[in-house]
Design a protein around this ligand. Structure first.
Ligand code: SF4
Ligand code: SF4
Length: 184
C-alpha cells in the first residue's frame, strides 16, 4: 500500500498545482460538456477537454500530462468562452503543457519543436522570421515536407519573409526571455 498521497494513477496535489498555476477554480466544473462541444480539435483529441477537467479534479496527473490532447489544443479559447462557470479552460491547457514539459511527458514532440522554433526566432529577431523558423523546425524534426505545398502560396501573398524583419529594440525582447528564464 502506498503511504504517500501519490500513486501511479493519483496525485492529490495535482489539482492544487493546476489551480495555482492557472488561477482558476476547477472545482466549479460540473461536466456540462460545453467546452468539448465547441472545441474544433475534439475530433483529433485522445481525451475530450471536459474529461480532462474531470481527471484534474480526480488527480489523474500522469494520464493528463501524457495526453496528446494538451499538445493538439490550438489555444483558440472557444472552451473558455463557452464555459458557464467562467473557467478559463484554454489557460488550464496552457498550464498543463508547461507541466508536461517539465515532467518530460511531451506526447506530441513535433508540436513542441514548432513552439521552440517560433520562440527562438522571436527571441533572436524580436519578431518571427518565417523561413528561419521553418528551417529550424525541419532541422529539429527531419520533416522536410511539412506544409511545403503552402510555401508558394504564402510567398505569393507576402506571408513568408525570406529575410528577418527588423524591429527597433530586439534587445528588449531578449531581456523578456532572460527574465522568464530567471523564474524557471
Ligand atoms: S482552446 Fe484548445 S481545448 Fe479549448 S476549444 Fe480551443 S482547441 Fe479546444
Ligand atoms: S464548459 Fe466549463 S463547466 Fe462545462 S465541462 Fe467544460 S469546464 Fe466544465
Amino acid at each position: 500500500m502506498p503511504t504517500s498521497s501519490t500513486t501511479d494513477r493519483f496525485d492529490s496535489n495535482f489539482l492544487k498545482e493546476v489551480q495555482e498555476g492557472s488561477e482558476q477554480n476547477l472545482t466549479r466544473c460540473y461536466q456540462c460538456g460545453n467546452c468539448t462541444a465547441g472545441c474544433p480539435l475534439s475530433f483529433a483529441y485522445d481525451i475530450p477537454v471536459n474529461r480532462i477537467m474531470r481527471m484534474l479534479q480526480a488527480g489523474e496527473k500522469h494520464a493528463v500530462l501524457s495526453s496528446k490532447a494538451i499538445w493538439l489544443c490550438a489555444s483558440c479559447e472557444t472552451c473558455t468562452t463557452r464555459c458557464p462557470n467562467e473557467i478559463d479552460v484554454a489557460r488550464i491547457m496552457d498550464v498543463l503543457r508547461h507541466m508536461a514539459r517539465r515532467e518530460g511527458l511531451v506526447a506530441e514532440p513535433p508540436v513542441r519543436h514548432m513552439w521552440d522554433a517560433f520562440l527562438n526566432s522571436v527571441e533572436k529577431y524580436g519578431r518571427v522570421f518565417e523561413a528561419g523558423m521553418m528551417a529550424n523546425f525541419v532541422r529539429r524534426t527531419g520533416r522536410f515536407w511539412t506544409d511545403a505545398d503552402l510555401a508558394p502560396v504564402a510567398l505569393g501573398k507576402g506571408k513568408l519573409g525570406l529575410r528577418p524583419h527588423g524591429i527597433k529594440h530586439p534587445d528588449e525582447v531578449q531581456r523578456i526571455f532572460a527574465r522568464f528564464r530567471e523564474q524557471l
